[in-house]
Design a protein around this ligand. Structure first.
Ligand SMILES: Cc1cc2nc3c(=O)[nH]c(=O)nc-3n(C[C@H](O)[C@H](O)[C@H](O)COP(=O)(O)OP(=O)(O)OC[C@H]3O[C@@H](n4cnc5c(N)ncnc54)[C@H](O)[C@@H]3O)c2cc1C
Length: 454
């Protein structure tokens, strides 16, 4: 951990999972108390996380980085605190940001991206997308596709699917014995066709046409697309794909043109091999009372079936501090970084367990009234399984005007998660500066070697 050399450390340790590695005589107490919570905060479960990746995280956060464990939080929400200032800075330079755009084609010709086409509008647009079958939920009569808060249902052999994402706040509605669909978060009820029977939802569940089907997935397209604008074509000097793993797979699948070359085949293979981790869940609760708390306002936890950390938002972010002052209430968030779908197949199961565990963690809340709750539950986080290091794409691709950024790209120095995403973005920017003959920006990294070099 004190030294992490790329690629040598990966050559030693990328071949085994964390679970296999600790089975080789690692002290159990040390594992339970420190390694397990930390391994899970990589959002990858120890049975499918490469030991090489874990030690890279450890080196980056503990031994190579004097600030690694000093958590900084934004005083406002991330949108206000981080995203909006960047948006303003970009716009002040008279640059344009296009939001809510869905790319529907990337035009490629023998080693170069020439342009891309996109549509603006909401997710109900006419761009097809693939979703994997959810084997756990499917049965003889109905098939489920997707996971977390992006699930679709289709009767077996039907050519149509329906989204199960509640149109109120995005939880996944579940099928009841009488055929209706109930939202576990706020109680919205829909009939068999997805029409709202009871609020708070106001819009019906959208329907999709099944365009193509194979053993493991379906390609869906909105049945009644709402298209605000015609397709726009954008030509750029450089293209940086900075999505999550499902996003880069979706975009790469939209490449059209003369693509029989080896460069295209190689990148396709690298992107296809990128893995997605087990799903994560984040639940936030608003209570009508406060409670005493002696620990850090963000604390990792160990030993619970689901909960991996707790955050007291009414202590750290201004809007919640103000709300708590006004009402005497509290706002608490629980994270589960990588739970197993076999243990928690539905969002009811997630919410029930989160609520039970919260009362164990904060017994003072037993008599409190829960005023509101929100759940974010996605299966799109980057997977770092054993033997994935070698094949990972790097920021620079063999296509001269295409770069990749995100926490899933192969990096030349140790880093993880948010820092890996940011550093890979900076590397992409540097590549572009370099091609333009401009000076590259210095990127700071942790030192790869040695405790005493900190
Ligand atoms: C609960 C939780 C807690 C975390 N805590 C920490 C922490 O304490 N420290 C830390 O360092 N990291 C933490 N992380 C990890 C960190 O959030 C990620 O590593 C980081 O956000 C990755 O950044 P990214 O830019 O690679 O991807 P993302 O932040 O996932 O951004 C990718 C974007 O691409 C968009 N997209 C997807 N498909 C398309 C498409 N087809 N077209 C256009 N856009 C698309 C997505 O909507 C998304 O906005 C945490 C993650 C979670 C879930």
């Amino acid at each position: 951990i004190a030294g992490f050399q790329i690629p040598q450390s990966f050559e030693h340790l990328d071949g085994i999972s964390v679970a296999e590695w600790v089975n080789q005589g690692f002290p159990q107490g040390l594992y339970d108390l420190y390694f397990l919570p930390f391994a899970k905060s990589s959002l990858n479960s120890p049975d499918i996380l490469s030991a090489g990746e874990l030690l890279q995280f450890f080196h980056f956060y503990f031994f190579g980085n004097p600030e690694g464990l000093a958590f900084s939080g934004t005083k406002d929400d991330m949108g206000t605190g981080l995203v909006q200032p960047i948006v303003t800075a970009i716009q002040q330079q008279e640059n344009q940001i296009i939001t809510e755009a869905t790319v529907n084609q990337i035009n490629y010709d023998q080693g170069k991206i020439n342009s891309l086409n996109f549509q603006q509008g909401n997710s109900q647009n006419a761009v097809p997308f693939w979703v994997e079958k959810n084997q756990l939920l499917s049965n003889n009569e109905v098939e489920y596709y997707g996971a977390g808060d992006r699930v679709f249902i289709a009767a077996t052999n039907s050519q149509e699917a329906m989204s199960l994402t509640c149109t109120h706040q995005g939880c996944t509605v579940s099928k009841q014995d009488d055929g209706t669909f109930l939202c576990p978060c706020h109680g919205a009820l829909y009939n068999e066709k997805g029409e709202v029977l009871e609020g708070p939802a106001k819009r019906n569940l959208p329907h999709y046409k099944i365009e193509q089907k194979n053993n493991n997935s379906v390609q869906l397209i909105a049945l009644n697309p709402v298209t605000l604008e015609k397709t726009t074509t954008m030509e750029a000097d450089y293209y940086v794909i900075a999505t999550d793993v499902p996003g880069v797979k979706q975009l790469w699948g939209l490449i059209k043109g003369n693509n029989n070359d080896q460069i295209y085949q190689k990148i396709t293979q690298q992107i296809n091999q990128l893995a997605v981790a087990d799903p994560f869940a984040v639940a936030r609760f608003w209570f009508d009372r406060d409670f005493a708390w002696e620990h850090s306002d963000f604390s990792s936890l160990s030993g619970y079936k689901l909960t991996d950390s707790i955050t007291l938002y009414h202590h750290i972010q201004q809007q919640f501090i103000d709300w708590a002052k006004r009402t005497g209430g509290s706002v608490v968030e629980l994270h589960a970084y990588c739970y197993k779908e076999t243990e928690f197949p539905t969002q009811e199961a997630l919410l029930t367990t989160f609520e039970q565990e919260l009362l164990e963690i904060v017994p003072e809340l037993v008599d409190a009234n829960c005023l509101h709750r929100e759940l974010v539950n996605q299966k799109n986080f980057s997977g770092y399984p054993p033997n994935s290091y070698q094949q990972r794409p790097e920021t620079r691709t063999e296509i001269d005007n295409l770069f990749l950024a995100g926490d899933w790209v192969k990096m030349p120095f140790p880093c993880g998660l948010m820092e890996r995403a940011v550093s890979s973005g900076l590397l992409a920017a540097n590549e572009i500066l370099n091609q333009e003959g401009l000076q590259r920006r210095t990127i700071l990294t942790v030192t790869p070697e040695g405790l005493l070099k900190i």
